[in-house]
Structures are given as C-alpha cells and as structure tokens.
Design a protein around this ligand. Structure first.
Ligand SMILES: Nc1ncnc2c1ncn2[C@@H]1O[C@H](COP(=O)(O)OP(=O)(O)OP(=O)(O)O)[C@@H](O)[C@H]1O
Length: 760
C-alpha cells in the first residue's frame, strides 16, 4: 500500500494499531475468563477440602496447585505478551495443523497470481504463551510452538509463506505501535480485499537502538533466523554454537532453555543448568527466563558457585590461575588427597590391650599399613574400614594368639573375639579417628597452603616457583574462582563415607516382636554406595555453558560431572578466551562432553556494536587471532570511538571526566573497564557519579554490555596475562552506542591520542 516514496495514506497507522488493539482486547477478555475459571477452581477446591475425607483433600490439593500455577502464569504474562503477527500465503498442503496453522512452510504453487498479486490466507498472532478462544481456535500462539517458527525463520531470501512479519509493541493493555518487515517486497498482497500496509523501519533496529539497563531483556520479539535455528535445534547430544561478540549467544542460550522446557517439560524436570562465567553476568541475565514464563527448573550459576557453600568471586593473579586451572593440577590433587593423611599431627604409635596383653604398632608399621590401604584409586574417605581391617590384622599377628588353635573354626572364633575386644577399646577408636579422620576438601586445600607439603604433593608436576605462588594464594582469606573447581575435584577424590542410618523411630510392634534384633542392619556394599552417591550428586538433564571458551580444564571436569547423562548446549567464542592455553581447554572440553555427537552452529551478525566500534575491535582481533573473522555489525551510528589522553590530575581525573561526559551523552549505562589490578581504585574514581556507571575489571566485563564504555589503558589490559589481547578484545566490544579509549603513557598514543595497539 505504501507508494514508491514509502508514504502511506493518512490514518493507516492509526487503523493498523486499532486493529491490533481490537485483537489484544479480545485476548484480554479471554484471559480474564480464564482467570475467573482459575479462581473458581480454587474456591471450589477449598470447599471440597471442607468435606474432609482423605480423597477430597488430595483432590483439593491437586486442584489448588493447578489453579495456582495457572493464575500465576496468567498474571506474569500480562505485560507485553502479545508481540508478533505474521500474514501468510496459502500453504502447499492447504490443511490446518494442530495449532490452526497450515502445516507446510512453503507457499502453494498457485498462491501468487501471474500479475504478482496474492491473497493473505491466514494471520497468526504470536505471544509469550498460547491462548485459545472458547472454540479452541488460537488467539495467540506460544512463541515456542512449531506454528510460530515462520515468524522467526522467514527472511526475504527464504520467505516461505510469510508476506509480512509484524512486531507489536504494547504496554499493559495498550498497543503502542507496530513495526513491519516485508518478506516478499515484490508482491502486492491483499487481506480482506485491502492492500496489506507496511509500517515502521523494522523491529530489530528499534530494539537494538534502545538504552541498556543493568539487566538483559529478552529478544523474543526479534529473534533472527540463524538464532532461531539454534534455539529450536533438537536437544540431541551436544549443540555447539560459536559466534563473535554481540551475536546473541547468551540471549540464544537463555531462549533455548525456555524452548526446551516448552518442548518436553517432563524430560527436563531433572533441571537445566546454565553455567555463566561471573556472578555479574548471572545477575545481568537472571530476569530473562522469568520474562519468558520459565522459572524454577532452570538454575543459572556462576562457575565459582557450582559447589554448594562456595561462592567465589575472587580472582587469582594470572600466573596462579594458569596453574590452578590446568589439568596438571589433577595429579597434584590426587597426591594431596592421599598425602594429607601424613600430617604432622597424625599419631605415630598405636597401643592397645587385648587378651590381657599390651600390643603396640610403631611408626614404620603404621606407615606400611597406610601405604597398603591407599593402594589403588578408591576415594580416601571410603578406605577407613580397610585401614581398620589392616590394623587389626597387624595387631593380631603381634598378639601371638594366631597359632593357638589348630582347629580353623576355633581359630576364627578367637580372631573374631580379638577384633571385637580391640574395636570396642576407647584408645583404638580415638587412634583411628586421629590417624584416619574423615577429610574435607577444604582441609586438603589448607594442607596445600603449606609450601613444603605442596612441594611434596606436586613433585615433578609443578616447578618451585609455581609451587610457591600456588601455596601463597591458598593462604589468602576466601576462595578464588579457580579454587572451587579444585574443591569439587577433591570431593570426588575423597568421597563421602556412608553415614550411619538414622535410627528409625521405634515402632511399638517391633519392640513387641524384637524384630529389630532379629534382622541385623546389613552393611551397604561398595556398589550400592557408589550408586547412591552418584544419585546424590547434583546432576542435570540439560547443561548450557555460556562463554565456554573461558572454562579451564579443571572447570570443565567440574561442569562435566553435573551433566554426565545430560544433553548439552555449549556457546562460546575462542577469540574471547581469557584462558592462556585454549588448546588444552578444548581437549578438556572434549573429554567432559565425551564421545557424544556434536551439531555445530555459527552466529555471524553482531547485534551489539555499531560498525564504528566493531571496526576498531577488529584491529585487536587481528593481533590476538590473526586470520579469524569478526562478525558483521548490523548497524552504524555515525559516532566514531573517541581517543582520550591523560589530563591534569592523571588517570583518575581523566577517566572520571570521560565517564561523566558519556553519562551526558547516553540515556542508559556506562561501563568503565580497567585492568584487573585497578578494580578497586577505579570504583573509587567513579564513586559519586551515580549508579548508571560501573567500574569493572577486564575479566568481569565478560558477557556484559553498556550504552557506552570507557576502556582504560589497552596496553595495561593486554599485558596483564598471556591471553591479554583477547581480554582487550572483550573489553572493546561491550558498548552498544559509544566508546572512549583512555590511554596512559604505556599505550604510546600518537598525536590523535590513538594508542599503539589500536593503530592501523
Ligand atoms: N535478535 C535480536 N533482537 C534484538 N536484540 C538482539 C538480538 N540478538 C542479540 N540481541 C542483542 O544483542 C546484544 C548481544 O547479545 P548477547 O549478549 O547475547 O551476545 P553474545 O554473543 O553473548 O555476546 P558476547 O560474546 O560479547 O558476550 C544483547 O543486547 C542482545 O539483547
């Protein structure tokens, strides 16, 4: 309907908005009916409860639960939940599918007439959940339903049946605007006898230009075709997604979690785990799933918080992180988990009295027994019964009672009464507790903090300098992100011994019959214990790893243990890896994922950075990973990055002034990225600029984005670790609007203030 200049007849916009408003009104009326139904159900259920029979009570609980879930969802979805519409040509098969949609995605051969005109055969509205009218015809189709896929998949190159895709913006019950994309611009299409109008510049650009807040928004209304392919990929084995900065990897990962739950809620009742690199990114993304109507079954955890009780947010200096994250640590931990028993506090003599004789085992004998007990690879804490048995053997042979009876039955009886004697002796019990205590992972880390002991555990694995630095880092207060993977590994190496079963409350009937005594408690077998422990460990049905390029080998082992039977989605960008040896991490990843087949996807479009910023970042990418390609920026703002040099007052004053200036120029947030060691001072520089501005260490910037960023001293960031150039690449790709680079002396800026690393 638009003429060649794109001018629409007056009133078209109002009429189109009016039509969508009418549809939204109808949807709300239907939702209100559903809410009344749900409330009625709850009241009715409450009344039934008053009847009081067990059957009625159970029924009431089930009904209240169902109605509660229903009400809750409806209330949650009320905000902005109808967001899309597609107008479609007749489908090839011409039949209606289960959602009222034609099942084919291709247009029928005769859908377009020879004069390039066509009739719209069907209009579908898409929203956060599906709503049917009283006759079960769809008023809104859930965005995750197959019928909604053409909304995301259709492109002008491959439009399928879609003629026009419309994004509807609404607030509460009011439609504010519509943005259309024409998929078949060559066509003149008619709906109910009127030519189909096209309004706005397209929803994607509108979404990308918006100011950013401190939380991520869902992209449900503007998911792009290549992203939709990933979101809806079947959850078989491993879905592996690579893409440069801003290509929507995090957004896609979150929407995929919601999609998988919709697809097969029962299968994912085992939970979906999303592993995120930092607590900041967890906080940033936490709201997305609830906005998609999904909560509860998805756990988003920072990699430093995967072990219960450990909430690590400290970072090791790069040289230490490199050692702690490497798979060399596995050898060190294996030795440490066993060697920790040889503590200076461990008793070196065992004395008992049995059969009226004093029997003693000395240090050498005890060392030999410990050594024999530890042979093999069984978890240390599970070896205590074996240690006790070997101690009793040694005491028995020292007792001289072994040869007393030739008759095997009598000899066995004697031995068993000897064992009973010794085992019940207080001294023996106290000795065993001190000599073979139950060890916790933290105790092993504490032992490793002593340089001498760590030196023994790490012989021929770490060099003396590495040993010294790791030991020193473990003496600090608080856990680092890398310590958590060590704790998890140690937990596996140490094992959790079977706890004595809680005594059941005595059943009066048991007391009468003495049944308890007649049926001795059977000891758990090794195999049963292993099975029980395997079940108790937190495992998930699907594991999503965000920023996967950053996981160290030790972290991959930790994450791998949480998804041994899971399907996986792994998203990352090797060019953003802050790990010093990406090949080693890739090998560890392959080991964690096992031999499961992979489906690979690539995301190629940068939705975050305008081309002006993306072009600058590409220069660092060329240094960091020569030959690799940057994603294509989808928009440009005409605003070039600004290069600032030090003013009077040094770095603090310069950064403050640049941040203040950006606050004036953008509506949303400003991120100031500094080298890790400057984190604390940078926070002080910006303290009174308000909460729209945040100071971040370079590693913390991972995955986040701001309207504008100040990157402070590229050279400092690049020099901070062997992966420094890749970390700098991350820092330079965080802004959605404007970027300022502040150079220090080390950056050797030229006359225009451009630092050495960013020059052509
Ligand atoms: N289809 C889309 N519609 C609207 N916005 C989008 C779309 N895809 C991505 N975005 C936006 O682009 C930005 C970058 O997305 P996201 O953070 O998921 O990218 P990423 O690939 O994880 O980036 P990085 O690797 O740098 O962390 C976000 O603001 C996201 O909302």
């Amino acid at each position: 309907m638009a003429d060649v200049n794109g001018v629409l007849p007056s009133g078209t916009r109002d009429r189109e908005i009016g039509a969508e408003q009418a549809h939204l009104d109808q949807v709300y009326r239907r939702l209100e009916e559903k809410i009344h139904e749900a409330e009625f159900l709850m009241n009715d259920a409450a009344k039934r409860g008053q009847v009081g029979t067990p059957g009625a009570l159970a029924e009431r609980d089930a009904q209240v639960y169902r109605a509660g879930v229903h009400l809750n969802r409806l209330n949650n979805e009320f905000e902005d939940f109808l967001f899309g519409r597609i107008d479609l040509l007749l489908g090839k098969d011409g039949k209606k599918g289960p959602d009222g949609a034609y099942t084919s995605v291709d247009a029928a051969d005769d859908a377009v007439r020879p004069d390039n005109t066509a009739e719209i055969a069907e209009t579908l509205h898409i929203g956060r959940i599906g709503v049917l009218d009283a006759d079960y015809a769809p008023l809104v189709i859930d965005w995750r339903a197959p019928a909604a896929a053409p909304f995301y998949r259709s492109t002008p190159v491959d439009p399928g049946r879609v003629v026009r895709r419309r994004v509807i913006r609404s607030k509460g019950r009011k439609v504010l605007g519509v943005e259309d994309d024409l998929m078949r611009p060559e066509l003149t299409a008619y709906l109910d006898g009127e030519q189909l109008p096209v309004l706005g510049d397209g929803a994607l650009m509108a979404a990308l230009g918006q100011a950013r807040s401190h939380t991520m928004r869902d992209i449900v209304a503007s998911i792009q075709a290549e992203q939709d392919l990933v979101i809806r990929a079947p959850a078989a084995s491993v879905t592996y997604v690579e893409g440069g900065p801003g290509t929507g990897k995090t957004a896609v990962a979150l929407h995929r979690a919601a999609y998988l739950l919709y697809q097969d809620r029962r299968r994912y009742a085992g939970g979906i785990l999303i592993v995120s690199p930092t607590p900041l990114l967890v906080a940033y993304t936490e709201g997305v799933l609830p906005s998609l109507g999904e909560e509860g079954q998805v756990a988003i955890r920072a990699v430093g918080s995967l072990v219960d009780g450990a909430e690590a947010s400290l970072y090791d200096e790069p040289a230490v992180a490199r050692v702690k994250g490497s798979s060399r640590m596995l050898k060190v931990l294996r030795k440490a988990a066993r060697g920790v028993l040889e503590s200076p506090e461990a008793p070196t003599r065992l004395r008992v009295v049995a059969f009226g004789r004093r029997i003693e085992l000395g240090a050498d004998e005890l060392d030999r027994i410990r050594h024999n007990t530890l042979g093999g690879t069984a978890p240390v804490n599970l070896l205590r019964p074996r240690a006790r048995k070997l101690l009793l053997d040694a005491l028995w042979s020292r007792s001289g009672a072994a040869g007393r009876h030739a008759d095997p039955e009598l000899a066995a009886e004697l031995r068993s009464s000897f064992d009973e004697d010794v085992r019940s002796e207080d001294e023996f019990v106290a000795f065993l507790d001190a000599w073979w205590p139950e060890i916790t992972p933290r105790q092993v880390l504490t032992a490793m903090a002593e340089e001498k002991r760590l030196g023994r555990f790490a012989r021929r694995v770490l060099n003396p300098g590495e040993t010294r630095r790791v030991a020193r880092s473990l003496r600090r207060d608080g856990l680092t992100v890398h310590d958590v993977a060590l704790l998890d590994e140690l937990q596996t190496l140490l094992g959790t011994p079977a706890r004595p079963k809680k005594k059941r409350e005595l059943d009066p009937l048991d007391q009468l019959t003495g049944l308890d005594e007649l049926m001795p408690q059977r000891e758990e077998t090794q195999r049963e214990r292993a099975e029980r422990l395997a079940q108790e460990r937190v495992e998930y049905a699907h594991v999503i790893v965000d920023e996967a390029q950053d996981l160290t080998p030790m972290q991959w082992r930790m994450v791998g243990r949480r998804g041994r039977h899971a399907t996986w989605t792994v998203v990352g960008d090797p060019a953003q890896s802050s790990w010093s040896d990406p090949d080693e991490a890739a090998a560890a990843r392959d080991e964690a994922l096992g031999s499961r087949p992979r489906r690979r996807f690539e995301l190629t479009v940068n939705y975050r950075n305008p081309s002006e910023i993306a072009d600058l970042a590409a220069k660092v990418l060329a240094l960091a990973m020569p030959g690799s390609e940057s994603p294509k920026a989808v928009r440009s703002t005409g605003v070039e990055p600004r290069f600032a040099v030090l003013r009077d007052g040094g770095l603090a004053a310069s950064v403050r002034a640049e941040a203040a200036e950006l606050l004036e120029r953008v509506d949303g947030t400003v991120g100031v990225v500094v080298a890790m060691r400057r984190r604390a001072e940078a926070a002080r520089w910006l303290a009174d600029l308000g909460d729209r501005v945040v100071a971040l260490g370079s590693l913390e910037a991972k995955g986040l984005e701001y309207d504008a960023t100040v990157v402070v001293s590229p050279a400092e960031i690049a020099d901070e670790s062997p992966a420094g150039l890749r970390v700098l690449y991350v820092a330079l790709t965080r802004a959605t609007q404007q970027l300022t680079v502040v150079s220090g002396e080390r950056d050797e800026p030229d006359a225009a203030g451009v630092p050495d690393l960013l020059r052509d």
